[in-house]
Ligand binder design. Structure first.
Ligand SMILES: *Cc1c(COP(=O)(O)O)cnc(C)c1O
Length: 355
């Protein structure tokens, strides 16, 4: 495949393709043969290359290990009937990576480097894109500090890497969630809107408490009053109450601007579905659950696309959600997005690129 940039490609001598069991993929455990790497030094990106996926060598004083100057993205590629690889909204992931970079004092990555690296990697590892229904190739672009220096200051050198993982369905079952009112994921002025490592490290402990109590995920509330629903650990969330979709706005700096969220909002607009971008109070959610006006609740994110929520815990009380039928919004939007991603439905918003 032809790209604007020219960089060396070193192919693996020991492909893991033949020994990989594609019918038994655990999310994030199986990694494809190659990775794209670029290094940042003296104010520019250099040494672009594709090489076999392999361990990195790091100095023990590596800045990322100490202070977490690290950001990432998550996106997916699919295969259509013609054996073409389809990438969903990669440009949006590139833009968001640069927004995270700005907040974390990291360099911008030019679109050409991100896209050419991505496209060349996907073309080379195209046999790693699974074809079974519901499966895809998860793509993980990320950037981290590489200065060997333990003073607290922005690093001057960085690495940008893209590797990929074939994955099956993320959640095959509906999820149960607990509304978190003690711990905080993000506050205004903090880093909640950036896809940066520390946000996830900080959420592990509260998420583990919820898992021990039998829930899959948390529903985070605002860090100040803990009365407004914000999002879930790796997904934005949407509710349908009395025929209206409600999802939190993303202008407070506390909520990750999900690309799935944005795609769902666009489809809701296309279909004239009423949708409000506003905070839903926990009390309003509780009232809707009690009175039966809550019709649907679901998470939106690249890993799961749409994760139906079947049970919500609010202050110790469990509420079971109504079963959804095939014409519920969340099912329709899931099948529309799947159709676009697998190349079966016309892509009217220019969301996909084919390789
Ligand atoms: C990545 C992420 C999302 C979902 O974003 P998508 O672009 O839809 O995958 C939502 N919330 C958090 C905290 C995330 O890290």
């Amino acid at each position: 495949m032809k790209t604007a940039l020219d960089f060396p490609v070193t192919k693996t001598q020991n492909s893991k393709l033949a020994t990989t069991d594609f019918s038994n993929l655990v999310f994030g455990k199986t990694i494809s043969d190659h990775m794209f790497v670029a290094d940042y030094k003296n104010g520019e990106w250099t040494d672009l290359r594709i090489e076999p996926y392999a361990p990195l060598s790091l100095n023990p004083a590596n800045a990322t290990l100490h202070y977490g100057q690290s950001i990432f993205e998550g996106m997916k590629a699919y295969k259509n009937e013609e054996d073409e690889v389809i990438v969903f909204r990669g440009d949006a992931n590139w833009k968001r990576l640069n927004e995270s970079a700005e907040r974390m004092c990291m360099p911008q990555i030019p679109q050409e480097i991100f896209m050419d690296g991505l496209m060349t990697l996907l073309d080379l590892d195209r046999d790693w894109v699974p074809t079974a229904k519901g499966s895809s190739l998860y793509v993980r672009p990320y950037m981290f500090a590489t200065d060997d220096y333990i003073g607290v200051k922005p690093s001057e050198t960085f690495k940008f890497i893209i590797f990929t993982c074939p994955v099956g369905n993320y959640y095959s079952k509906p999820v149960s969630v607990k509304v978190e009112t003690k711990y905080t994921r993000a506050v205004a002025g903090g880093t909640g809107a950036a896809k940066t490592a520390g946000n996830y490290a900080a959420s592990l402990y509260p998420a583990l408490q919820a898992q021990k109590a039998g829930y899959d995920q948390l529903l985070w509330t605002d860090g100040k009053s803990h009365t407004l629903i914000e999002e879930s650990g790796t997904m934005n969330v949407m509710f349908k109450i009395d025929g209206k979709l409600i999802t939190a706005p993303t202008n407070t700096g506390t909520i990750l601007k999900g690309i799935t969220r944005d795609s769902v909002i666009q489809l809701a607009k296309d279909w004239d579905e009423p949708l409000e971008e506003r905070f839903l109070a926990v009390s309003e959610l509780e009232t809707a659950l009690k009175s039966g006006t809550l019709e649907e609740a679901f998470g939106t994110g690249t890993a799961a696309t749409i994760a139906h929520i079947e049970r919500i815990n609010i202050n110790g009380t469990d509420y079971i959600l109504p079963e959804k039928d095939a014409d519920s919004f969340s099912y329709r939007v899931l099948s529309e997005l799947d159709g676009i991603k697998y190349g079966e439905i016309e892509d009217t918003h220019n969301w996909v690129v084919k390789i």
